[in-house]
Design a protein around this ligand. Structure first.
Ligand code: FMN
Length: 167
């Protein structure tokens, strides 16, 4: 599958099988995330790999919007580092998340982006749960597993959102 096909075919997967994700797959995904573009190439991210069921359940208590992580093999928590950034960390971390989602699709794995930042109770709750240093900001969660559902490719092209030369 080429990149353009992968972009369309990637969908949010919320049902997973019990097949485990390999260490090699995790490493490939993390590398893909870390190859994202970032403002001034600051790369202001950290990634936490979470497979412990109790920890995942504690995350879900803080982020009920991520309850689908119950069935996922792994959760990836993407964190921004304020020491490494000049205000662009939210955008930079989002680019890293998207790279991971696309790479996972290429590996035939399923993912769902779970929003954290800027919802304060989620950000503060996760900071407390993991005793994060002050400058480390929880940005997003990614549920990751082998997909137990399939969805058609996206076709979100909207002519009325294109503006040629002027508004
Ligand atoms: C910033 C962001 C936050 C999201 N948060 C959640 C979430 O908390 N729970 C969830 O089930 N899906 C979440 N999603 C996934 C979206 O619902 C999904 O991308 C959208 O409905 C389009 O579907 P698709 O990913 O299959 O193309 C999030 C997506 C983004 C980009």
């Amino acid at each position: 599958m080429n990149t353009i096909e992968t972009i369309a075919a990637r969908r949010s997967i919320r049902k997973f099988t019990e097949v485990a994700i390999s260490e090699e797959e995790i490493t490939t995904l993390i590398a893909a995330g870390m190859n994202a573009p970032s403002a001034r190439n600051t790369q202001p991210w950290h990634l936490m790999i979470i497979r412990n069921r109790e920890t995942i359940n504690s995350i879900i208590e803080i982020c009920p919007n991520g309850s689908l992580m119950k069935g996922a093999d792994t959760a990836i928590l993407v964190l921004g580092d304020l020491n490494d950034t000049d205000d662009y960390f939210v955008i930079d971390c989002a680019a890293a998340v998207q790279n991971i989602l696309l790479a996972a699709h290429e590996l035939k794995l399923g993912t769902c982006w779970i929003g954290v930042y800027p919802r304060e109770p989620r950000v503060e709750g996760l900071k407390k749960l993991f005793s994060l240093p002050e400058q480390i900001i929880p940005h997003s969660l990614i549920a990751l597993g082998h997909p137990a559902e399939s969805k058609p490719a996206n076709n979100n092209y909207r002519e009325n959102r294109i503006h040629m030369e002027k508004w």
